[in-house]
Design a protein around this ligand. Structure first.
Ligand SMILES: Cc1cc2nc3c(=O)[nH]c(=O)nc-3n(C[C@H](O)[C@H](O)[C@H](O)COP(=O)(O)OP(=O)(O)OC[C@H]3O[C@@H](n4cnc5c(N)ncnc54)[C@H](O)[C@@H]3O)c2cc1C
Ligand code: SF4
Length: 311
């Protein structure tokens, strides 16, 4: 049953949003494009009493070129990234990743901040209430055990953001505001690795901007595995970057509750870097594709990415 919202709030500033968040403590959710939150609400997986719509906060909508980085406001829509000349020139892989999210209509609403925070997924969880009841609820929806692993007491729901792997490969950081003030964190550091609570941020935290360094030239290759070219979430996302000074970052999405990061240099053995990435990924059978196929595809995608990046 869909219950009508008890409260819908629309602050005009970050301070006001955080004040409202504190007042409504754990029973609220921020709303940006709403393409993740609202769908989860309809499926009965998101039950907060209050939605705090942050889309009137103008300062979150800007893209600013600074001395040593580009700062992308968290409310910038995925579809609008392609209109920014600098991003188009410096980070084509980010545009490719953004373009791979959902469908054209959804990308006109979905934001980059919402994308890096979109909820983890699992074929046993992202189903209707009736479906989940019939199968027997799993750990993530008040059940006793993880169904996908046949009874484990941990949740391995998959991290599915498509822009985050590219942003991590490009060394992006986040400017975050919460009731304790401002802080800057490396993007990879906000993810917990626990499928039940995939992020380490406080509930009231607002992402102000995503910052990509521009001091050093970086090239990046993005790949995504999914049954259909549009609408489908990722079964595996990979991003490999190489900086001018020879640093390599390999990032995986879709195969673990958090993004997997392996760092190296151009002098390292590529097969070893690939092996490390495969070893770190805790892939389970919670996707439309079988676990072993997704595992094999990590090596295939990464080998192709290295070929492209060293061409
Ligand atoms: C049919 C369909 C297909 C999809 N396919 C994909 C896909 O292929 N790849 C993919 O990555 N996603 C996909 N999505 C999920 C979703 O559309 C995207 O992840 C989108 O980018 C989410 O952005 P949003 O602005 O709509 O987020 P929202 O739904 O508004 O929010 C998502 C989360 O982020 C939080 N949040 C948003 N902005 C901020 C902020 N500034 N500060 C703090 N918290 C914030 C919200 O509270 C919420 O927890 C799909 C969704 C649908 C319905
Ligand atoms: S991984 Fe297990 S606990 Fe987590 S959502 Fe899937 S079935 Fe549920």
């Amino acid at each position: 049953m869909i219950v009508a919202e008890k409260l819908y709030l629309k602050p005009k500033t970050i301070d006001e949003a955080i004040r409202l968040a504190k007042k409504h403590a754990e029973s609220f959710h921020y709303l940006a494009g709403g393409t993740d939150v609202i769908v989860n609400k309809f499926q009965g997986n998101e039950e907060s009493d209050c939605l705090i719509d942050i889309t009137d906060i103008e300062e979150l909508k800007q893209i600013i070129k600074r001395k040593d980085h580009i700062s992308i406001g968290s409310l910038v829509r995925l579809d609008d990234l392609k209109n920014h000349t600098e991003i188009k020139k410096l980070f084509p892989a980010l545009l490719e990743a953004a373009h791979s999210v959902a469908s054209p209509m959804l990308r006109k609403t979905a934001t980059i901040g919402g994308n890096i925070l979109c909820e983890n997924r699992c074929v046993f969880y992202n189903q209707s209430e009736w479906w989940r009841e019939a199968v027997g609820y799993c750990l993530k929806c008040d059940g006793e055990v993880c169904i996908a692993t046949g009874g484990k007491k941990n949740c391995f729901s998959k991290f599915v953001s498509d822009t985050a792997p590219v942003l991590i490969a490009l060394n992006a950081s986040l400017d975050i505001v919460d009731s304790n003030g401002d802080q800057t964190l490396a993007l990879e550091d906000i993810y917990s690795g626990d499928g039940m609570k995939p992020r380490k941020l406080s509930h009231a935290a607002i992402i102000r901007s995503i910052n990509i360094p521009t001091k050093e030239k970086q090239s990046c290759v993005f790949k995504k595995l999914r049954p259909r070219e549009a609408v489908d979430f990722s079964s595996l996302t990979t991003a490999v970057s190489k900086s001018e000074s020879g640093k390599i970052r390999v990032v995986l999405g879709g195969v673990d509750p958090k993004p997997i990061l392996v760092e190296g240099t151009i002098k390292d053995n590529k097969e070893e870097l690939i092996k490390q990435a495969v070893k770190k990924a805790r892939i389970i059978d919670n996707d439309f594709y079988p676990r072993l196929y997704r595992k094999e595809m990590i090596t295939v995608f990464l080998e192709r990415s290295f070929e492209e990046i060293f061409k």
